[in-house]
Structure formats: structure tokens, C-alpha cells
Design a protein around this ligand. Sequence first.
Ligand code: GCU
Length: 678
Amino acid sequence: AAEDGSRAWLRYARVPNASSYRFLPSSIVALNSTSSSPIYTAGRELQKGIRGILGTHININGTAKQGSPSIVVGTVDAYQKIYGDLDEVEDLAGDGFFLSTEGRNVVIVGQNERGALYGAFEYLSRLGQEKFDPVAYVSNPHAPIRWVNEWDNLDGSIERGYAGPSIFFRDGYVVDNVTRVAEYARLLASIRINGIIINNVNANPELLNSRNIEGLGRLADVMRPYGVQLGISLNFASPQRFGGLDSFDPLDPKVDAWWANITDKIYSRVPDMAGYLVKANSEGQPGPLTYNRTLADGANMFARATKPHGGIVMFRAFVYDNHINPANWTADRANAGVEFFQHLDGKFDDNVVVQIKYGPIDFQVREPPSPLFSTLRKTSTAIELQVTQEYLGHQCHLVYLAPLWKEILEYDLRADDKPSKVKDIISSERFKRPLGGSAAVVNVGTNTTWIGSHLAMSNLYAYGIMAWDPSVEPDEVLQDWIRLTFGFDRQVIETMTDMSLKSWPAYENYTGNLGIQTLTDILYAHYGPNPASQDNNGWGQWTRADKDSLGMDRTVKNGTGNARQYPPAIARMYENVETTPDNLLLWFHHVPYTQRLKSGKTVIQHFYDAHYDGASVAQTFVKQWESLEGKIDVERYEHVRFLQTYQAGHALVWRDAINQFYYNLSEIPDEAKRVGNH
Ligand code: GCU
């Protein structure tokens, strides 16, 4: 059963109606495959999957046998050489695939090798869900960059990781046993992730020592058959801290040469390295501002080094001053992204992508999209999401995140009063940029569940599927994942769907209402309720709560002016209390506790009620899960039951802590007489 956890959605469990699948190929034909090629992987995967799902063994061949039906998998070029022209493939984009189950053969053709592997996984996903009807379609990615980020440290610990130690590093070096890394690459490939940054954005320069570069090579070697390209986070001061130079000034020629040289060295061991991720001048990290150079000067230095190798540079927009003065009413960390980057638009090299967290602060339970998405018009951008639940309960709370991501991706920022959905900006479509896409911080560990909870894996699955196609509906992705991970039982599907779709609203209700942010302890673990920790410090995650009122005034007329960073139509909406939606009221406005919401309730009464509602929903998750006893294997059933029971208790802690805190401050009684001193 523990193995079931590791297999996640790739269990290939026998489907109940396997015998009703009519197509019985005599062979799998993997075209042009050498053992490190994703085509070879595709052949093996098809064999394994069909054995599990349908219970039949099929041989893999390099060529088709005359006269008998086959599953043919390969690149367009290889396929057309043997079978002649395929009209459909004209529509294929990079990494895309064509799948046909309509003819004599099942045809799986990729624009490249990776695309063919994606097509094989798609076919198996269909079989595994008994989607047996004949189909023929092309599937192309929404964006070229579909990466995950891991915040692993060289000592094996993981920043904001909740599933045990690293699968990549131990005691300062890349691990010897890379089996688990290969398994992870397989999971990632099955959801069409094509790149992985394996170390913490707060990067250790020792990653660049010779033993580790050799280790990077071994990691890349086991991920290559899955079409997952390795990349690394860099410490900006490496030339000094590791290379022994007296400077890390990006405009110093010897610094530039040092980076070019080390980059060549890495590429000679990892010729297909995806590129670099850089966190500079943020939260104490070194960067170009130290030398009065611009962030673009810094990014372009890496762009020059990687360009000859076809690599790209993901440069993080998470740059802000963490010592801002809370006494200054107009100071605002949410303004930092646009303030630091707007003047640099057009100054980044073509292989630089600015990686922007979805909201202007930091992965809160509710944020508007970052205004930087609509500000950068001449710069490639990517969105940064989190599968690891840093502010969202550390995987101990069930929070299905696809609905949150969907809201952000579908958000229309109205740049130049034209349709400007975030998803079309990051795909490069809206502003016609060369690159774009998404990255999610996942933080897998050695735990058999991969990220600390079986149910949280729906988020990793949904991330990959939505990075490929953001038009999918969160409930449909979820149900695909449930069928593949837990099977077909109607009650299992309905119960897990219901719990998952209620989970984000419930968590928002008991942790951070009306856009106030997740009221967690921000000074230490980012865990558990601690609203007082938000204010009166330099971090800028302020709520500005006092005895009469709360919320950040981000208006132009009286506040930090953040509303103006959005295009005019959006700016007007947020400038005005009346037109700001309730769920972002306290993000944009500072209002009395007695302010009436559109619902007619006061802010404070909404707080009290929402906390009771959210916490009571968390109680029902336990009963819902327990109703599935006997329908889920014991190991996974017990693991989830333990977490749901914990969440139910912790939701009560949250409810009472937050409600009491605001009651103490405001001294306004709860109309339902639940909160206060009775
Ligand atoms: C958050 C998080 C840090 C992380 C940082 C980042 O502040 O708490 O652990 O390093 O974001 O994204 O760079």
C-alpha cells in the first residue's frame, strides 16, 4: 500500500470493465528509440500501463509487424517516414502530440520526443479512466515553460517543505541514489512538466563545486528519458563567495567571464540544462543593486552565459525591501514589484523570463493578481504558484488550489482596455513575447506521499494539467485525478470532489477573510493563527488593525496608491469601496469594523460568522472521509483520516484565536453570542 502512495496517479490499477475494450494490439512500436530517449520511455510506459490497466502483455518492437494492429509511438518525422503524411500534425506546436485511437493502429505522434511521451501518458490516462471511445485529436501546450521549483538545500533540508528530507541532496552534495529522482521525473512527465529547478532560491554557492556539477549530471541523466530538463538556482555572489573573486558586480568583465566559464562547465556535463533561476536583492540575498547596477544588468549577465547553450534565465520579481516603516501610511510592499521592474521593461535579453508570484505579496489565501503582469509588455513573464502549502496549512489542511489558480489565470487585467487575461499574458500571446509560462514551488520530499499528504497531490496533478491547458475546469481535473488515484467508486468520487471543492473557501473562512491575508504567524513558521504578527514590523504584510478599523488602504486618494498600478478599468474598481468585491475589501481599503458589506453584514460580524462556518466545514471533512472506510486501502485511508482529524481540531483553534483577537481589539459583541467573555 505504501507503494500506492508513491505511484500517485500512475497506479495503472485494473479497470472494472477492462474486457469491454475492443482494441487488442499485438505490439507496441516505439520508433527511433534509444534507451535515454523519451520514446523508449513511452514504449515501456505503454507496456507497463496496459499490463496493469487491461491485464494484457504486449511486446515492444522497433518496427511494425505486417498486418497486425499496433500502438505506434514516435516523433512526427519518424512516423511520416514509415507511414506517410499525417495531415493533423501540421497543427502541432513544440511538445505537442497527436493521439488517434480511431484507425487500425493507435497512433501517438509527438512534435518532438517529449511530446510523444506526453501522448503515451494521455492514452494511458484515458484507458485508466475507461475513456474507451475512439478519438483523434491534437493537444498543444498553452506555454513553453512548465516548470517546478524545489527549495532544497544542500544539507538535505527543504525550505517550506513538509514531506521529509530532500530527494536531491544530502550532507552538502547531490545524493548517490537517484532512483527516487527518476520516479519523480516520471510523475512530472505524466503531467507534462518539462523543467525542474532542484535547489532553493536562497541558493548555496557550493552547488557549483566539481563534485556537485558531476552530481547534477547524474540527476539530469535520469530525468532526460522523461523529457524533464534540469535547472538550478544561483547565488548572485558566487563569483566572490565561491570563485574567490573580489567582486560580483555584473558589469565587471572578470565576473562576466567567471559566469560564462562556470556555465560552460555545467553545460559540458548537462548539455540540455534548462537554465537558471535567480533570486536577487530579496530578503537579504545578494544582487546587482549592491553595485548600483540594475536588476536587468544582473539578469542579462546570466542570459549571456546561457544563451550559447540554449538556456534561459528565470529572474524572480519577488524583490522588495523587508525593512519598510509601518508608521508610514503610504508605504506598501505590494507596490515593490512594479516599482522595481517597470523601468526595466524592454531591457531584458530575449532569453530572460521574469517569474512573478501570482499576487503582489506572498502566496496568500486570497490576493488580486500581481499588477506586474499587465505592466511588463516588452518582457517575457511566467507566473509562480505554490503546491507546497506554505501559508495554507503545510499539507495538514486540505486545500484544493486549482480554483484559486483558475481565478488568477482567468483574471482579465484589461491592459489598454483590451482583453488581457493573466493566462494569455504568461503564455506570451497577449504581448507577443518569445517565452512564457509557469513555475510551481512543489518541495517534494522522501515521504512516500511525495509532498506530505495523499490528498494534496491533487494540487500537483492540477498544476501540470493547467500549465498545459488553463481552460480546463478545476472539478474535471480533480475527478480525473481521483479516478486515476483512488478508482471508480461513485461515492469515493463524489465525496472527494465535494470535500476538495469546499476546501479553499473553508480555509479562507477560518484563516483570512475579505482579503485581509492569511492571518498566520509570519515571523517564524508561517503556521497557525497569529494576526498580531502581521503588523508593526518591516515585512509589510500588514493588516493595520486597531480598535476601530482594519485593512490596507491601497487607494490613490488616501493610501498607498497600489490601485493605480493596475490598468485604468481595474484601478477604478479597486479605488472605490463600493465597487471593490467583498473578498478583496480589506486588501484595498481600511474600513471600520462596522462597515457594511454587500451582503449587508458588518465586517466584524462577517469575521465571526465566517470563522464558525469555515471551521464547521472542516469538521464535516472527517465524517465525509470516514464514510469511505473500506473503499480505500487502509494505509491511505488512515493517513488521510489522521490529517482530517487534525485539521478539524486546528480549524477550531484558528476560529477561536482569530475571533477572540478581533473581539478583544474591537470590543464589538458577536450577534450570535459565541465570541467574547461569557
Ligand atoms: C517567502 C518564503 C521564503 C522564500 C521566499 C521566496 O517569503 O517564506 O521561504 O524564500 O518567499 O519566495 O523567495
